[in-house]
Design a protein around this ligand. Structure first.
Ligand SMILES: *Cc1c(COP(=O)(O)O)cnc(C)c1O
Length: 387
C-alpha cells in the first residue's frame, strides 16, 4: 500500500500486544464471569428461571434508567416481541433504515409486516428526521389518525430508529416526526448499550426497545438480548409472550395464545451479570481506543475516524473509518488490512439491495448509497485501548 498505512498496521498490532490477527470485536472476561457461571451450575438452575435472570433484568433497568427490562434469547427476538407489542400486524409497514444489520428487517417480517426503507444522516449514521418527514409528507395520507401509504394502501404502524455502531441517532427530531404521523417508536438499541443521547440512555425514548448481548456486542451473555420499556403492561406481556404465553400455575400447563420460547437461560444471565459490572471499564477502554485511533488517522491522508455526533455519548461499539475514494478504493483497503492481520469489514450491504428485501417500499437513499462505499469497521475490542 503505502508507508503511512504500513506504520498504522504496526501500531494497531502493538496495541494488540503481539497478536498475529486482531479480530474486529472480541469479548473479554475480566471480572466475575467464571464465579457467577460456576455458581449457576452448582445451583442446578441453568435454564429459563433463576436468580441471575432477575438480577440481570434489575441491573439493566437500573443502568439504563428504564422501568422494566425483560431478558430474552437474543436481540432479534427482543425486537420481534417489541414490534408485536407496539401493535405491528400483518400487511402493515414499518419504517427502518436500509443501512442496518438484517435483524432489524427480519423482526419486522416475523410480524408478517413489511420494512419500508428510509435514508440516514451522515453525522449520526442513523435515520434522518428531515428526509423522513419530507418522504412521509409525500406518500402518507392520514385516516382517523392512522398513517396510510398512498402508494401501497398499507398502514404505516411504526418506526425503528437504530443507533449505528453505538452512535445515538437524533431522537428528539425523530420523536417529533413520529408524533406528527402517529407512529409507534421501537428503538433498535442492539448496538448501543452504554450510549447516551442528551444524557439519557438510548433505548429509553421509544415505547419499547431491544438490546443485544451477542458475542460481538458491547457486553455478552453468549447469546441474548432484552426488551426495554417504561410501560408496565408491555413488560408483563413481554414476559408472558416470551414464556410460551403460559399462565403461571404450580402444575397446570395452560397457555392463552401462541407464545414464544424466547426467555434467556439463567446460565447466560449469570455471564451477563458479570459483564454488566464490567461495562464502565469497557466503555473507558473503548473511549481511550477512539483517542488512539483519532491520533493515528490524523496523520493519514484519505482516511478519517468517525466521531460521535453532537449531543451524544457513544459507546463506540465498533470503530469506523471513512475513506476518501479519490485516495483509497474500499475493497483494496479491506484486502490490505485483512491480509495484514487487521480484521476489518465494510458497513452492511444496505438491506434494499438484499434478495429478501429488494422489493420493499423505499424512500430515496442517497446517503445510504454513498456511505456503503466509504465506511469500514476496524478492530474495536476494549483491550486495544488499554495504555
Ligand atoms: C446485533 C444486532 C441485532 C440482533 O441481535 P442478535 O442478538 O444478534 O439477535 C439487531 N439489530 C442490530 C442493528 C444489531 O446490530
Amino acid at each position: 500500500m503505502n508507508i503511512q498505512l504500513e506504520e498504522a498496521v504496526k501500531q494497531i498490532k502493538l496495541w494488540g500486544k503481539g497478536k498475529e490477527f486482531i479480530p474486529l470485536h472480541e469479548p473479554v472476561f475480566y471480572g466475575n464471569e467464571k464465579k457467577y457461571v460456576l455458581d449457576c451450575i452448582e445451583s442446578g438452575w441453568v435454564s429459563s428461571v433463576g436468580k441471575y435472570v432477575d438480577l440481570l433484568e434489575d441491573k439493566l433497568a437500573e443502568y439504563t434508567g428504564i422501568k422494566y427490562a425483560v431478558a430474552v434469547v437474543n436481540g432479534t427476538s427482543a425486537l420481534h416481541i417489541a414490534l408485536k407489542l407496539a401493535g405491528v400486524k400483518r400487511d402493515e409497514e414499518v419504517l427502518i433504515p436500509s443501512l442496518t444489520f438484517i435483524a432489524t428487517a427480519n423482526a419486522v417480517r416475523y410480524c408478517d409486516a413489511t420494512p419500508h426503507f428510509v435514508d440516514v444522516e451522515e453525522q449520526t449514521l442513523g435515520l434522518d428526521p428531515i428526509a423522513l418527514r419530507s418522504h412521509l409528507q409525500e406518500i402518507v395520507t392520514q385516516e382517523n389518525g392512522t398513517s396510510i401509504n398512498k402508494k401501497t394502501g398499507r398502514i404505516i404502524r411504526a418506526i425503528v430508529p437504530m443507533h449505528t455502531f453505538g452512535h445515538p441517532v437524533d431522537m428528539d427530531e425523530l420523536l417529533k416526526v413520529a408524533e406528527e404521523f402517529n407512529l409507534k417508536v421501537v428503538e433498535d438499541a442492539a448496538e448501543s448499550l452504554g450510549s447516551f443521547y442528551k444524557g439519557k440512555h438510548t433505548g429509553t425514548f421509544g415505547s419499547l426497545a431491544a438490546v443485544s448481548f451477542n458475542g460481538n456486542k458491547a457486553i455478552t451473555t453468549g447469546g441474548g438480548g432484552a426488551i426495554l420499556t417504561n410501560n408496565e403492561e408491555y413488560s408483563r406481556l413481554a414476559k408472558h409472550l416470551t414464556t410460551t404465553a403460559k399462565i403461571p400455575h404450580r402444575w397446570e400447563y395452560n397457555h392463552d395464545e401462541v407464545g414464544f420460547n424466547y426467555r434467556m437461560p439463567n446460565i447466560n444471565a449469570a455471564l451477563g451479570c458479570a459483564q454488566l459490572e464490567q461495562l464502565p471499564i469497557f466503555l473507558e477502554q473503548k473511549k481511550s481506543l477512539t483517542k488512539k485511533y483519532e491520533l493515528l488517522f490524523s496523520n493519514i491522508d484519505g482516511i478519517s475516524l468517525f466521531l460521535e455526533p453532537q449531543n451524544a455519548g457513544s459507546n463506540y461499539w465498533l470503530q469506523t473509518i471513512k475513506i476518501d475514494q479519490s485516495v483509497y478504493l474500499r475493497d483494496e483497503l479491506l484486502l490490505f488490512l485483512n491480509n495484514n492481520g487487521i480484521m476489518s469489514r465494510p458497513i452492511w450491504t444496505p438491506l434494499h439491495e438484499l434478495n429478501p428485501y429488494q422489493h420493499c417500499p423505499s424512500a430515496d437513499l442517497p446517503i445510504t448509497n454513498k456511505l456503503k462505499n466509504i465506511l469500514i469497521n476496524i478492530p474495536s475490542s476494549p483491550y486495544l485501548g488499554v495504555e
